[in-house]
Design a protein. Structure first.
Length: 471
């Protein structure tokens, strides 16, 4: 909406409520309290809510059929003006609600002045924010699906690509790269579950609560809820206008998305560094240095990691905004919008950037394999092999440790020790030990549910493909 004409100069009096004021509000105070600069994003939701409210007022006989027709005609025109970027927003009219109402009255006269019967901006803004968020949650969920799909397709190409699995950032045991990628798909799936769950609580109707105590008109809230597609009513008028927990939950879910993206970003930064050399990112997602000609910097992952801080900050801002407020509505709540909007922009842009970047990741499988082989990562497999041959685990662990020490002194891999020498550590060792000492043997052996074996990863890829396609 940045293309809209600038807000008109401030006017002296605030017509919506200046009747009992002896002097006009100071110009600075008008600027300080106005929200139209950002709550314009709610305009279409505001119109949708007003249409449902007006239809309900007509149904219960508070508005005439003619008034309703005028309001519908006026709001349709306003929607067009907003969509075409022609609507003149006025800072003096404070917020999105008063701007639209004033324009409606300009267009249709008396009927415009009747629209606000039986409601308040307090229940109006809560309704608008819920309607808006409901639609945006669906967009975030779709963006999550886009990134999950990209990760699953990359995993499909690497079900058997061996890489080091780390604990404490030390090489621990070999894993498959596909398995590693699918770990993130699981995280994003839980993020999606959280959004789906939060959406149910977003999708309840506050309208009818009016300023705080309800209204004396014979309103039909169920009619409005049904018309707007809400799943239920906010059942207490004080709660309806005052709490923003639904927005906090949404931002919390987004903060977790950003934390998950940030972890992936951190890994990409590490993997891209020449010390690892596991992956290369497409040039269009990296930048050069103005001074060091050799550099190719992973700016997109770094920025995503950095932007997670913004969203976490917005979550803290909203929690703090809420914690000291007495019931019911307080103007503090006007501060809920910018954190929500910036969270949305940040999460949607970040998910899009990653969904587009992931398919272009080039993998250096040889570098991954070399790194996985460092530090005798199949020592556990040797111990497990001995246990399966009847050796008690403690003795098996000891024998494997001595074998590791011997290999380390030789500067070779466990699998490179000759059978005769391995047998010196335990007579239970036979020629089949080499099946488990290799990296391929180690990953293939972890074939239980949730394991890293290529066969299991391929199954998971198939499961995810079917699941994502079905959504
Ligand atoms: N702009 C306000 C907000 O965002 C709308 C509600 C204002 N209500 C009031 N009584 N001042 O919360």
């Amino acid at each position: 909406m940045s293309a809209d004409p600038p807000a008109s100069p401030l006017e002296k009096k605030h017509e919506a409520w200046s009747g009992r004021f002896a002097e006009p509000v100071a110009e600075f105070v008008l600027r300080y309290t106005a929200s139209v600069g950002f709550d314009r994003r709610l305009a279409l939701a505001d119109i949708e809510g007003s249409l449902a409210h007006a239809a309900m007022l007509a149904k219960v006989g508070v508005l005439s059929a003619q008034d309703l027709a005028d309001i519908e005609r006026g709001l349709a025109q306003i929607r067009g003006e907003i969509e075409r970027g022609e609507f003149r927003w006025s800072l003096a009219l404070e917020d999105v609600h008063l701007n639209i109402e004033r324009r409606l009255t300009e267009l249709v006269g008396e009927a415009g002045k009747r629209l606000h019967t039986g409601r308040s901006r307090n229940d109006q803004v809560a309704t608008d924010l819920r309607l808006y968020l409901r639609g945006e949650i669906d967009r975030v969920r779709q963006a999550l699906r886009g990134l999950q799909t990209a990760l699953v397709e990359l995993a499909a190409r690497h079900t058997a690509t061996i890489m080091p699995g780390f604990t404490h950032l030390q090489v621990a045991q070999p894993v498959t790269f596909g398995h590693h990628l699918l770990a993130y798909v699981e995280m994003f799936e839980r993020d999606d579950e959280r959004l789906r769950d939060a959406r149910r609580r977003v999708n309840r109707l506050p309208l009818g609560a009016a300023a705080l105590a309800g209204t004396s008109y014979p309103i039909d809230r169920d009619f409005v809820a049904q018309r707007l597609g809400f799943e239920g009513l906010c059942e207490n008028s004080l709660d309806a206008v005052s709490d923003r927990d639904f927005a906090i939950e949404f931002v919390a879910a987004c903060a977790l998305i950003m934390v998950h993206v940030s972890r992936l970003a951190e890994e990409l930064v590490l993997w891209m560094s020449p010390r690892f050399g596991f992956v290369r990112l497409p040039d269009r997602f990296t930048t050069g240095s103005s001074i060091m000609p050799q550099k190719k910097n992973p700016d997109v992952p770094e920025l995503a990691r950095g932007k997670s801080g913004r969203v976490i900050g917005h979550l803290v801002a909203l929690l703090t905004l809420m914690k000291g407020q007495p019931l019911a509505y307080n103007k503090d709540n006007q501060e809920d919008k910018e954190p929500v909007f910036d969270t949305l922009d940040t999460v949607l842009d970040t998910l899009r950037a990653f969904a587009e970047m992931v398919p272009g990741i080039e993998v250096d499988a040889a570098a991954m394999r070399r790194a996985a082989a460092e530090g005798h990562p199949t020592a556990t497999d040797l111990a497990d092999y001995l246990v399966k041959k009847g050796v008690p685990f403690r003795d098996a662990h000891e024998a494997a440790a001595r074998a590791v020490r011997c290999a380390a002194e030789r500067g070779c891999d466990l699998a490179e020790l000759p059978l005769a020498e391995l047998r010196a550590f335990s007579p239970a060792i036979d020629a089949d030990v080499f099946d488990v000492l290799t990296l391929e043997g180690a990953v293939a052996a972890r074939a239980h549910a949730g394991g890293t074996a290529p066969a299991r990863v391929a199954e998971q890829v198939a499961r995810w493909r079917a699941r994502l396609a079905a959504q």
